[in-house]
Each structure stands twice: as C-alpha cells, then as structure tokens.
Write a protein that binds this ligand. Structure first.
Ligand code: SF4
Length: 77
C-alpha cells in the first residue's frame, strides 16, 4: 500500500478534519494510506483534475462523487 499522492496537500485533512483527529486518523488509515481508489475525493481528482474537488466532500461519499463527476462531464461535453 502506498500513500495517496494527494495526501501532502489534501485540504480535507488540513482544514476540515483538524477538530476531529480520531475520525481523521481512521479515514486516513482507510483511504489515504490504505486504498485511495475508494476515496470520493480521489475519484473526483482523478476524473476532473486538481482544484475540482468540492471542499465539503468526505472520502466516504463515493455516490456523491460519482454524481458530481457525471454532472461535470455532462456540462463540459
Ligand atoms: S482524502 Fe482522498 S484524496 Fe485526500 S489524501 Fe486521502 S485518499 Fe487522497
């Protein structure tokens, strides 16, 4: 397992999870240093590029990520 390439700059952990260290560590172990292919934020990053990931998107929100990607791709098609 390798660390997610987004980890050093992922705003999710640096901003949104600062006040929830226990949950942040659980998510980090599962996604960031585990399997980032399941991470909703990484899905958007991979499909649409850096700077497109909604700030409020949690790693566990894969369904929302798929819907967001679909809408974005339809808009730019
Ligand atoms: S939250 Fe997702 S995109 Fe951000 S570092 Fe973790 S696995 Fe990568």
């Amino acid at each position: 397992m390798t660390d997610c390439p987004c980890l050093p700059k992922c705003p999710f952990f640096h901003d949104r999870m600062a006040s929830m260290p226990t949950m942040a560590n659980q998510m980090k172990a599962k996604y960031c240093t585990g399997d980032n292919s399941d991470c909703a934020r990484f899905m958007v990053f991979k499909a649409l590029g850096a700077g497109t990931v909604p700030a409020t998107l949690f790693p566990s929100q894969a369904d929302q990520a798929r819907a967001f990607i679909k809408t974005a791709q339809a808009t730019h098609a």
